[in-house]
Design a protein around this ligand. Structure first.
Ligand SMILES: [Zn+2]
Length: 141
């Protein structure tokens, strides 16, 4: 079987998203074991949009079931998203999505993106280990 390699920038960003949510599905509220592969980093605007692929406002910790359900029902995902981040943030994300300059910058600096989210993961984890409960904000690259 071919080995699936996840790029470091994707791996560290995904860990940030899930640790920030305390390994809890942001849709159904079910809590998972740390590093569980059953909890995903779920993109609202697809990851093919490089400009917002690593944008914390576009990515959420969703369990396999919720990821499938929302991913398969764009109208439900839209409603969930409006409730979660609001219409104004959705509009900002739409604009950022089309920012070709930003997409190019991110593409050119993948190592920096990976480094940023590796450090950010360590910071969030330290805050968590110090006793923080609930969602911890992620500092965007
Ligand atoms: Zn869920």
């Amino acid at each position: 079987m071919p080995k699936i390699t996840i790029k470091p920038e994707d791996r560290w960003f995904s860990k940030c998203v899930r640790e920030a949510a305390d390994w809890t599905c942001e849709c159904c509220g079910k809590k998972y074991e740390e590093n569980s592969s059953a909890l995903h980093a779920s993109h609202y605007f697809s990851r093919r949009h490089k400009a917002i692929r690593y944008c914390p406002d576009n990515v959420f910790a969703h369990c396999f079931g919720c990821h499938q359900k929302l991913g398969g029902n764009p109208d439900d995902f839209h409603k969930w998203m409006v409730n979660k981040v609001g219409e104004a943030m959705l509009e900002i994300l739409r604009e950022k999505r089309n920012d070709i300059g930003l997409a190019k910058t991110i593409n050119k600096n993948k190592k920096d993106v990976a480094r940023h989210y590796r450090e950010e993961y360590k910071r969030i984890k330290a805050v968590r280990d110090a006793g923080a409960v609930g969602f911890i904000d992620i500092i965007e690259y």
